[in-house]
Design a protein around this ligand. Structure first.
Ligand code: ATP
Ligand code: MG
Length: 785
């Protein structure tokens, strides 16, 4: 690999190296840019900062600038360093520039994320960091596992001083650009006074394993640059132009890296928006953007004020919200787009109603009305604060068959912990299920390694029995002994009990599922795992038990998963996009749904518990990012009850709802929930707990229903769950002509009814006889509150 190919080639000898003059026709990529954007594109010498609000064309200016540099032959593609935040953004930038200049960018070796570019540099100079070029990059799990070993070797009680918190400390130091020797005195006392020593040891261990963690990729390159001037000089010389998108989310180490590289040519152009800084929790430092002018003397700051993305109402709502933040520069934003629709706000009784509304609304939007155009599913996105919110929505999308994609992770039923749990359910139903047995036999660890498993396989083949029978036989004959034998016997013993419970059907299936899950050891395993993703995995397990409520029995869920997920191609290419707010940065969609605006979900519980406002302000910026992703239609929603962490909880509308300017909002919260419950509640008290102002809310059937459910349901896995959520709601007698919804068959119209069964003409599935307790009455394709 030669990173320095073409190093001395000078593209500027070409006569094209000049700024376009007023008389000649504009190249295509400059057409349509507004004057400040054009200034940003054409100011090629010296540092430039484009500081502007969402949707003002910062990324567009940055890509046009790149095209301009190439087109005017200021630099070869290999002499441009272009840094973005995600791989998706890097790809998009590559595509956009290619389009502008017509295929000249296939050779842009230095367009990528901070991490990918630094990994490349570090591999090239690995020996200067004491590594081999083929070093391994440690992910966060590996990092914590290694720290755990060091903590226990140092005789520190991991329960009191968890590896997770040491990892957080070390990562923070690395984000600051501090090697062990750079850690300032006042921080050295962290982790009970042992933090620094452990950091030193950890770095030594990494080197001896020929490994680097994420923070190292940047930090070690900065360190090489500082120590080896000749190496630095070559890169400084090479990168004639440096471009950085989403600059507000860089950390100090990344800033140091950029500053070192920019010292020779000084042609650095950064774009960003302080209002969209959403990674402080990962070490991003918004001061990088606020202090750009003093960090890069002689710089030009360009502000863009015209928003090209969103309608007036959407922009107004977003601007009003972000105005509440104190620590911000403040900007003017305007748009000449139509007023458009107001931002919709809608409250629901519970999470399922919210999911149902989103899906039916998405369907409605595919149909044109006199007021607006029709939309494709591809043009819609659902942005959630936390990934556990996705399950309920995914299930609903599945149930009515809308195409969807999940960004930044597998779909709910494809997640590892969920698949493990499903495998336990399968095995509980039948001990003959070899695939399930194989998946779970050593999860959690039961001492059954590869060799033992192979033995079981051979035995099963020889005797033509299932894996579990073979395992049982081998244990009986003492061919498997020790921990593995104990583990296998115990699992098989439980399986017999589980199978019995499922067969006789005497207990509520949710209760049985709760017990299977508890006894599987999966929740305990994830509770004891100290990796950053463990809490989310635990939440997903609880979410799975909640999902079971929607099925008549455990087999119903298994069938749902088998039919809908396992035989279908893994991820769809098209459809509604489901993603977290964090991964939606920089993207835009004609239609955006923002569910779960409730205290404790958004803003998150963590932000609420934090002292002072920084956490809350970051959540508010995230809300701003969310709203400003929308171009034409934006819907904010919340539910007044949710099944969270295994319990029903009443939810308070998010304080952010109350902060949205009234004139840009249309409150669609249905009667019974509003007035007083939605927008007004958030505005006046934020606490619907104090409901004295609106007694109607209490007496409405929807509230009664919800309250009854909340009271009926017990803890995760214990008795007291109502068997099915629909039972209680269908008590009102259904008659011929009523519209109903059935989980499996969808919408339909009742033809006739008897004591407990109904004959229904389903819109898509034809005529069926169903139990009255399994349908829900709907009105205009929405639930009756
Ligand atoms: P964010 O802060 O969300 O990253 P941004 O400032 O990077 O937003 P872009 O994504 O570059 O904004 O642009 C937003 C939208 O406006 C895009 O659809 C883009 O094509 C369009 N746009 C940008 N500049 C112009 C312009 N001068 N004329 C017309 N459309 C424009
Ligand atoms: Mg952008």
């Amino acid at each position: 690999m030669n990173l320095f190919e073409n190093e001395n080639a000078d593209p500027s000898s070409s006569s094209e190296n000049r700024i376009i003059s007023a008389e000649e026709p504009l190249p295509r990529y400059l057409e349509g840019l507004n004057p400040p954007q054009r200034e940003a594109v054409e100011t090629l010498d010296g540092p430039v900062l484009i500081l502007a609000g969402a949707g003002t064309g910062k990324t567009k200016a940055l890509t046009s600038r790149m095209a301009h540099i190439l087109q005017t032959r200021r630099a070869w593609p290999s002499q441009i360093l272009a840094v973005t935040f995600t791989n998706k953004a890097a790809q998009e930038m590559r595509d956009r520039v290619s389009q502008m200049v017509g295929g000249r960018v296939e050779g842009m070796p230095w367009l990528g994320t901070f991490h990918s570019i630094c990994a490349k540099i570090l591999r090239y100079h690995a020996e200067l960091a004491g590594l081999n070029a083929n070093f391994t990059i440690l992910d966060r799990d590996d990092q914590e596992r290694l720290l755990k070993q060091l903590i226990s070797a140092a005789n520190i009680d991991e329960k009191k001083f968890p590896a997770k918190s040491l990892a957080a400390t070390i990562n923070r130091w690395k984000d600051q650009g501090w090697l062990p020797e750079d850690v300032p005195k006042r921080w050295r006392g962290e982790f009970n006074g042992r933090g620094l020593a452990l950091y030193e040891e950890y770095q030594e261990r990494l080197t001896s394993f020929n490994a680097a963690d994420f923070g190292d990729l940047i930090l070690r390159v900065v360190d090489i640059f500082r120590r080896q001037h000749d190496v630095l000089a070559r890169y400084q010389h090479r990168f004639r132009y440096i471009l950085v998108d989403e600059y507000q989310d860089t950390n100090v180490a990344q800033y140091l890296w950029l500053r070192l590289l920019a010292q020779a040519h000084r042609n650095v152009c950064c774009v960003g928006d302080d209002d969209q800084s959403i990674y402080a929790w990962r070490g991003a430092d918004v001061n990088n953007i606020l202090q750009f002018e003093s960090n890069f003397p002689g710089s030009k700051v360009i502000r863009l004020e015209q928003n090209y993305r969103s309608t007036t109402h959407i922009l107004g709502a977003a601007s009003g919200l972000i105005d509440r933040n104190v620590g911000r520069l403040g900007k003017t934003l305007w748009t000449d787009k139509a007023q458009g629709e107001k931002v919709r706000l809608i409250g629901h009784w519970e999470g399922q109603d919210e999911a149902r509304w989103i899906c039916s609304e998405a369907e409605n939007l595919t149909r044109e009305t006199g007021m607006r155009r029709s939309y494709e599913y591809d043009e819609m996105a659902i942005l959630v604060r936390a990934s556990f919110q996705m399950r309920e929505i995914e299930d609903r999308l599945m149930a009515i068959g809308l195409p969807y994609r999940v960004v930044g992770g597998p779909r709910f039923y494809e997640r590892r912990e969920v698949r493990d749990a499903i495998a336990y359910f399968r095995f509980a139903v039948s001990s003959q299920n070899d695939l399930a047995f194989e998946r779970i036999i050593n999860v959690p660890k039961r001492g059954v390694g590869e060799a033992t498993l192979q033995r079981i396989h051979l035995e099963a083949r020889d005797r033509r029995v299932s894996l579990s029978e073979a395992a049982s036989q081998l244990c009986r004959e003492s061919k498997i002994t020790g921990k593995a034998a104990v583990g296998i016997r115990k699992l098989l013993g439980r399986q017999a009990v589980w199978a019995g419970m499922i067969r006789d059907g005497g207990r509520a299936h949710i209760e049985v599922a709760g017990q299977i899950l508890e006894e599987s050891g999966l929740p305990e395993m994830w509770t004891n795992t100290k990796t950053p993703d463990a809490p989310a995995r635990l939440e997903n397990l609880k979410e799975l038990v909640k999902a079971l409520e929607e099925f008549e029995n455990i087999q119903g869920l298994l069938e749902h998963v088998a039919l809908n997920f396992e035989n279908v191609q893994r991820s769809q290419e098209q459809g509604i996009l489901l993603l977290t707010l964090h991964s939606a940065k920089g993207l835009e969609f004609p239609v955006v749904f923002l569910p779960g605006w409730e205290e404790g979900v958004f803003p998150s519980q963590r932000a609420l518990e934090e002292e002072g406002d920084p956490g809350l302000e970051e959540e508010r910026r995230l809300a701003y990012v969310g709203i400003t992703r929308s171009m034409e239609i934006c819907s904010v929603s919340f539910a007044s009850a949710r099944f969270v962490f295994g319990r029903w909880r009443t939810q308070d509308p998010s304080r952010f709802i109350g902060e949205l300017p009234v004139k840009h909002i249309e409150d669609m919260t249905p009667p019974g929930l509003s007035p007083g419950f939605g927008f007004q509640a958030a505005r006046s008290s934020q606490l619907p707990v104090d409901r004295s102002f609106d007694s109607d809310v209490y007496s409405s059937p929807g509230f009664q229903r919800m309250a009854r459910r909340v009271a009926e349901r017990g803890r995760f896995g214990t008795a007291g769950f109502s068997r099915r959520r629909l039972e209680s709601s269908s008590s009102a007698k259904l008659e011929a002509g009523d519209r109903v919804f059935h989980q499996k068959f969808g919408y339909g119209t009742v033809k006739s009814s008897s004591a407990s069964s109904l004959s229904v003409a389903f819109d898509k599935s034809g005529d069926k006889k169903v139990l009255a307790s399994y349908v829900e009455r709907v009105d205009n394709d929405g639930p009756v509150a």
